[in-house]
Design a protein around this ligand. Structure first.
Ligand code: T6T
Length: 325
């Protein structure tokens, strides 16, 4: 098994000079020391290595710029759990809020309210239906990553065959874009028989159950594209339990330690690793620049790298997510 290596150029906001601060530039600082802004980071879900790694990037950049950051996340990737956290963060009046909204529709009103309260809102990773209130948005090339997932599966199955997508939930901007990128590619290739998307609700056990049922119905499935960490983890478990790891090729988004272990043992064949620390650091840079009244890049797209056994110990190793900073 040899998968294609792909390295997409990294896009950052770049160095932001922050030498002067007018008393009212950006407004809203509740800190007594000028420029010592208070930032809040609300994760999509606590305990997810993607957001832990992003938190590490945020904390390192915040320390560099002399601002403070408080991080919280819901127990599940669920807007009904994330909204109360946002409401309480807004009530605590930070200068800026970095957030990965868990649903494009349900998180719209709470984030509109945050921006209306004078808080600079920076969307990191995910977005909402109408992000016009946002100071900046930073996310991976999710559509391109979906296409890369298809390319990896195709490389391992040059003659095509049945493939499906294991996703999380509809209404998440990132995973929806990954699905679109994969679907555009698979539908353009007549050697593949696309079986559609299954939604596993960010629950590995559900993903394992769904892939087990899919393999019972279509034992000749040759590939699965899993749209995030938990979908990939559950897909790998189900494929392993079915004893089909040699015939079902899995390309999964994200590169937590468990996915990398699955890559090493041959259950997963390719991982589309994002750059969460860079997304977080860019988010801090954007928030602080906005608070200082400086020009901010409205939209930044960060890159990804496809990890395989070929590069996991060399050029790919720095892309593995962290479980702690
Ligand atoms: O894939 C990431 C993130 O980009 C996505 O929005 C939600 O799932 C993850 O956090 C991985 O679990």
């Amino acid at each position: 098994m040899k998968s294609k290596r792909r390295l997409v150029s990294l896009v950052g906001i770049g160095a932001i000079a922050a030498l002067s601060l007018s008393a009212c530039a950006g407004g809203g600082s509740t800190s007594s020391t000028p420029g010592a802004y208070k930032l809040s980071f609300v994760q999509g879900v606590a305990g997810d290595e993607f957001y832990i790694t992003m938190q590490c990037g945020i904390e390192a950049e915040a320390a560099k710029l002399g601002v403070t950051v408080n991080t919280q996340g819901p127990a599940k990737f669920d807007p009904t759990l994330q909204k109360p956290i946002v409401d309480s963060v807004v009530a605590s009046k930070p200068d800026a809020l970095l957030i990965a909204p868990t649903d494009v529709t349900a998180m719209q009103a709470p984030l509109n309210a945050a921006a209306q309260a004078g808080i600079k809102v920076v969307l990191v990773d995910t977005s909402v239906d109408d992000p016009s209130f946002a100071t900046a948005q930073i996310s991976s090339d999710n559509n391109g990553g979906g296409k890369a997932g298809f390319d990896a599966i195709k490389q391992l199955n040059p003659n095509g065959g049945k493939v499906l997508i294991m996703a999380t939930d509809p209404g998440i901007s990132t995973t929806d874009a990954r699905i679109a990128g994969f679907e555009d590619a698979v539908k353009a290739d007549s050697s593949f028989d696309y079986l559609g998307v299954q939604y596993s609700h960010n629950d590995p056990a559900e993903a394992a159950k769904l892939i087990t049922a899919a393999l019972a119905k279509d034992p000749d499935i040759v590939g699965v594209f899993a749209t995030n960490t938990f979908a990939a983890e559950g897909t790998a478990t189900g494929v392993r339990q079915a004893g089909k790891q040699d015939t079902v090729k899995i390309a999964g988004f994200d590169a937590g330690p468990a996915q990398v272990k699955d890559l090493r043992d041959g259950t997963i064949d390719a991982l589309v690793a994002q750059q969460p620390a860079l997304i977080g650091a860019d988010g801090v840079d954007a928030a602080v620049a906005a608070l200082k009244g400086e020009t901010v890049t409205a939209k930044t797209q960060t890159g990804f790298q496809v990890l395989t056994l070929d590069n996991i110990d060399t050029t790919g190793k720095d892309y593995v997510y962290k479980s702690s900073c």
